[in-house]
Write a protein that binds this ligand. Structure first.
Ligand SMILES: [Zn+2]
Length: 101
């Protein structure tokens, strides 16, 4: 028996939870190009190799997410919200406008 055949690499750990995705200021709203704070997964019309619908991310700024939220939550194409950082947006707005009130 060839001992090298036993020298298989350890299987990759599959119980590691991936880091939650964080949006950066490189992520821009698909509607207006402002900084994105919400990422929504939408089922696309294309299928993957398992004939499942591919999911494509749509990015929204806080303004456009709030504007489209009523329709998004009703839509069967929406597979989930993967990132919602609007709290960080409101926190930034509160800090930005502090002193003007
Ligand atoms: Zn926008």
């Amino acid at each position: 028996m060839n001992p090298a055949a036993l020298d298989v690499p350890a299987p990759a750990a599959d119980n590691v939870t991936p880091e939650p995705r964080q949006l950066t200021n490189q992520d821009r709203c698909d509607a207006c190009g402002a900084q994105a704070y919400v990422e929504v997964n939408i089922a696309s019309s294309t299928l993957d190799e398992n004939f499942k619908r591919k999911e494509v991310p749509l990015l929204f700024c806080a303004h456009h997410y709030n504007k489209h939220e009523p329709r998004l939550v009703m839509s069967s194409a929406v597979r989930g919200i993967s990132v919602d950082e609007r709290e960080a947006f409101w926190e930034r707005e509160r800090n930005r406008t502090r002193g003007y009130e």
